[in-house]
Design a binder for this molecule. Structure first.
Ligand code: DC
Length: 217
């Protein structure tokens, strides 16, 4: 099996790029952030305080996350319910960054991620894929862009959806998530020693897709 690991901070364009590379190469795109988001949704819906260790532990025992591919698109099921749309809210993303720092949460998802990569050619994106989940990935990319560029991209996406976002709030959320994701104790976001660093601030989507695809040849 071939695997491409893409790590990087929030809003770097990982999912957009990974989807296109997957299409081009005929691989399966695995969005691990969606798995953390589904757990965050459970915490939000059930009012679970992620600073309460016991509550986190027992919540994790009640959570079942499943990944299915329907017409080639990843669907996330939380305790049997398809939550693929619900997890896209900003509040869920911000909560995901908090729950992802908790050990029982990471343990719950690790095997699921490794099992998928063991059965298919994958391009998997997240924060700890090249460093921890798939240390032997064939290609590792650390994809990033400046905070300003990432905030502007997110802003444009939300405007396109008909929302009226506040760009300074988006920037502040991105900075906070970067800090949380890079400074947690377990599997923090960092570039793997053997990963290629790619700053996409001044690159087009096509250029990035072409660059990553060329590394698998
Ligand atoms: O990529 P995303 O915005 O969907 O991810 C949501 C959060 O999940 C992110 O802020 C940190 C966490 N996450 C993680 O800790 N490890 C991963 N492999 C993927 C996501």
């Amino acid at each position: 099996m071939v695997s491409i690991a893409i790590d990087g901070p929030a809003g770097a364009g990982k999912s957009t790029i990974a989807k296109l590379v997957a299409e081009k190469l005929g691989y399966v795109y695995v969005d691990t952030g969606a798995m953390y988001r589904s757990i965050a949704l459970y915490f939000l819906n059930n009012d679970i305080d992620c600073e309460d260790e016991q509550a986190v532990l027992s919540a994790c025992q009640n959570i079942n996350v499943e990944i299915k591919y329907e017409e080639g698109v990843q669907q996330v099921y939380l305790n049997g319910e398809n939550v693929s749309t619900a997890i896209r809210q900003e509040t869920v993303g911000n909560m995901a960054s908090k729950v992802a720092a908790k050990k029982p949460v990471r343990e719950l998802l690790l095997q699921l991620q490794r099992d998928i990569a063991a059965s298919k050619d994958v391009i998997m994106d997240g924060r700890d894929i090249g460093t921890f989940v798939l240390p032997n990935a064939d290609v590792k990319i650390y994809l990033t862009a400046s905070v300003k560029t990432r905030a502007k991209r997110r802003y444009d996406q939300l405007v396109e959806k008909g929302e009226t976002p506040d760009i300074s709030k988006i920037e502040a959320d991105i900075e906070q998530r970067d800090y949380q994701d890079m400074n947690r104790e377990i599997a923090p976001l960092k570039q793997a020693d053997d990963a290629i660093y790619l700053d996409t601030s001044d690159m087009s989507i096509d250029e990035v897709v072409e660059f990553i695809s060329s590394k698998t040849k």
